[in-house]
Ligand binder design. Structure first.
Ligand code: GUN
Ligand code: ZN
Length: 444
């Protein structure tokens, strides 16, 4: 067993209900087999366990590992494609890169870059859009298992509209999906998610194939995109003239359940919110992506009022990076911009969104999302560089809430100095050797 001594901030309760910040200045977390066995004041823990090894983390603030409910692993290298709305960005930026993952060696390297990005940002649990290529999905799962991250992912399937290399048939989707489920679902911390890219690129038979896969095992998840941009919604309406709305294109096939997470949902109708809430489905709110693509301002209060479980998503690579601190701050900005219709998010809400809300949306709140007794020790230490603006701000914080607000306002992956998954420190990637072959600004 190990006794961690730290200033711990985490949350309890439900988002906006309100989320409650739990702040303990000299906390003792007794960790056994990767799980928090007891959480008390440090003095109490020490008295009860005088012989245990103590890891002193007081120089910094310990938070639960972050939960990212929506990121695309094949897109890590194309982050930063600014200036386009969704459908143009997909055609010009994302899909050409996704086609490159047909090469297994390339896919392996991209998976490594992606998982490094998650860890460096302090994300320990994620729902990940895989690749259109089964071997690339194997590469993601293989490396996620080696690092110990808690990843839910799957083969992305489509049978229309996208470039030819990314298409498959419903029959092939079932064959490959079943094989991947057999190889990875329930192995360690990995789970499978059935993943049609969006109903725009999935025919009715393909969505039916997805329903078949969803029923192929226990606790298989479902994820896709929903109501992201107005142009996309108009296309879906044209392609599914019989559907009541965008959500109905999935619902008609039994794909809206408490194990479904839909990314974006920036433009829901009241009827869609009712269906999502009744199903206890989740929505991944991806604020930096929504801003970068000009998709719109996310109606958080309407989702909350309908009982929809909302988590935060980086949406790498339309999103602007892996940091859930940045996504939290963007979520706050968006609600501010909505004026009277926006939710007033507290610092506790932002931490809840980045941790516990995501765990709830992914059906994992009994295991991760906070650092209470019985939870896995997935944690990050925020320790800014001495003299940095965050360091200065934290030294002058009034209280824990103020400190947390400063972490969300100023924190970056550079401020995450250590990450644990299930009680194991995740070694940071080896520092890269200087690469003089790089040609800044494309110079020859
Ligand atoms: N809709 C369908 N595919 C994508 C994608 O890769 N990114 C985003 N943001 N939306 C999508
Ligand atoms: Zn997405």
């Amino acid at each position: 067993m190990t006794l961690y001594r730290a200033t711990v901030l985490d949350t309890s309760g439900d988002l906006l209900a309100p989320a409650r910040l739990v702040a303990e200045e000299d906390c003792g977390l007794l960790v056994r087999d990767g799980v928090v066995a007891a959480r008390t004041g440090f003095a109490t823990a020490r008295a009860a366990h005088p012989a245990e090894e103590v890891v002193d983390l007081r120089d910094g603030i310990l938070l639960p590992g972050f939960v990212d409910t929506h990121a695309h692993f094949p897109q890590v290298r194309v982050i930063g494609g600014l200036g386009m709305p969704l459908l143009d960005w997909l055609r010009e930026c994302a899909l050409p890169e996704e086609a490159r993952l047909a090469d297994p060696a390339y896919a392996h390297a991209v998976a490594r870059d992606f998982l490094d990005g998650l860890v460096r940002a302090g994300t320990t649990t994620a729902l990940v859009f895989g690749s259109h290529f089964p071997l690339a999905v194997d590469a993601l799962f293989t490396q996620a298992q080696a690092v110990g991250l808690r990843i839910t992912a799957g083969l992305v399937v489509s049978d229309r509209i996208l470039r030819e290399e990314l298409l498959t048939t419903p029959e092939e989707a079932v064959v490959h999906g079943r094989a991947l489920i057999g190889r990875w679902h329930g192995r360690g911390r990995l789970r499978y998610a059935v993943t049609p890219r969006f109903s725009l690129s999935a025919s009715e038979p393909m969505l039916e194939a997805c329903a078949e896969l969803l029923a192929a095992g226990d606790d298989i998840w479902f994820t896709s995109h929903l109501n992201e941009s107005t142009a996309e919604i108009a296309e879906v309406r044209r392609l599914f003239p019989g559907a009541r709305d965008y959500l109905d294109t999935y619902d008609r096939h039994g794909l809206v359940t408490s194990r479904s997470v839909f990314a974006h949902d920036v433009h829901p109708t009241p009827a869609e919110l009712t269906v999502l809430g009744a199903a206890r489905a989740g929505v991944a709110h991806c604020p930096s992506s929504n801003s970068a693509l000009g998709s719109g301002l996310f109606p958080l209060s309407a989702h909350h009022d309908a009982g929809v479980r909302v988590g935060l998503g980086s949406d790498v690579g339309a999103g602007t990076g892996f940091s859930m601190l940045k996504e939290g701050l963007h979520a706050y900005f968006v609600q501010q911009l909505l004026g009277d219709g926006g939710a007033l998010l507290t610092a506790a809400d932002l931490l809840h969104l980045a941790t516990r809300s995501g765990a709830q949306a992914l059906g994992l709140a009994d295991r991760v999302g906070d650092l209470g007794a019985g939870k896995e020790f997935d944690a990050v230490r925020v320790r800014p560089h001495p003299g940095s603006t965050l360091d200065v701000a934290l030294r002058h914080a009034k209280d824990a809430t103020d400190a947390l607000a400063k972490i969300f306002t100023l924190g970056t992956p550079a401020d995450i100095d250590a990450v644990w998954v299930a009680g194991r420190p995740v070694p940071g990637p080896a520092p890269a050797a200087p690469d003089h072959s790089l040609t800044p600004l494309g110079a020859p």
